[in-house]
Design a binder for this molecule. Structure first.
Ligand code: ADP
Ligand code: ADP
Length: 224
């Protein structure tokens, strides 16, 4: 798996230059994107998720332009946006089973298998019968991860997932990501330095739409 971002720029219609020549190369593992509010993290995440276009530059996934091959690329991608959705009064198990059906998993046994699996990975199995609308913030974030894991994505993008979580919830969430990052590429954005310290082997520090530092978390201690 390789994601190669070349000279990405984006200026919004209000004149804000959110991305100002981003170059990054990202492989398997936990990659942290650290920067203050307004740094351009969400803009970069949404662009990688092919939800918005860049003005110039390119993003290659295993050598192929993600926009040229958008439908195939999205099948490999799991994206957890910063604001998670509003959920109906259905249990996690019911909702996940419904999403699995929408994805074309028609056999009940196959659906149960994948749903149980993603509930286990996200540590929600014990509360699978509870309505997601009543979940805590941390549980909702983990439910968001469970939902995107149904696709078995190779590349997972999570935008500021720990914002607003209390310390216990944050730890549970980071543990889930750590597990997923052992065999996948996880790009994780945050403005919390400790998130990156605890979780990521590599990081980029962004500000003003530029990459200020790119390297290992250890070598980055000074930059942090
Ligand atoms: P971060 O995720 O690091 O907080 P963003 O990518 O959300 O950064 O924002 C980068 C800059 O772009 C900010 O100045 C923000 O106000 C601006 N911005 C973000 N989205 C839009 C948009 N849709 N239209 C105009 N300006 C935007
Ligand atoms: P937080 O709200 O801090 O994220 P959790 O709700 O995730 O903490 O609690 C951890 C674990 O405790 C859950 O994964 C689940 O197994 C169990 N749990 C949490 N809330 C409930 C609940 N309302 N009913 C039953 N078990 C629960």
């Amino acid at each position: 798996m390789s994601l190669k971002i070349n000279q990405l720029t984006k200026t919004y219609s209000n004149g804000v230059r959110a991305l100002d020549g981003i170059d990054l190369e990202i492989g398997v593992g936990m990659f942290g994107l650290l920067g203050p509010n307004g740094a351009g993290k969400s803009s970069l995440m949404r662009t990688i998720a092919t939800l918005q276009s860049a003005d110039t530059g390119s993003i290659l996934f295993n050598g192929t332009d993600i926009f040229a091959n958008q439908m195939d690329f999205r099948k490999e991608l799991g994206y957890l946006p910063q604001d998670f959705g509003v959920y109906p009064n259905l249990s996690a198990e019911e909702l996940l089973s419904y999403f699995a059906q929408l994805k074309g998993i028609s056999s009940t046994a196959d659906r149960k298998k994948i749903v149980d699996e993603v509930l286990e990975v996200t540590n929600l199995y014990a509360v699978r019968k509870k309505n997601v609308s009543g979940y805590s913030g941390g549980m909702k974030q983990r439910f968001g991860i469970a939902q995107l894991l149904l696709n078995k994505p190779k590349l997972i993008i999570v935008d500021e997932p720990t914002a607003g979580l209390d310390p216990a919830e944050r730890h549970r969430f980071l543990n889930v990501l750590r597990e997923i990052g052992t065999s996948n590429t996880v790009i994780f954005s945050t403005h919390i330095v400790d998130d990156v310290r605890e979780l990521c082997h590599e990081l980029a520090i962004v500000n003003g739409g530029r990459v200020l530092y790119r390297g290992t978390a250890q070598a980055g201690e000074e930059a942090l």
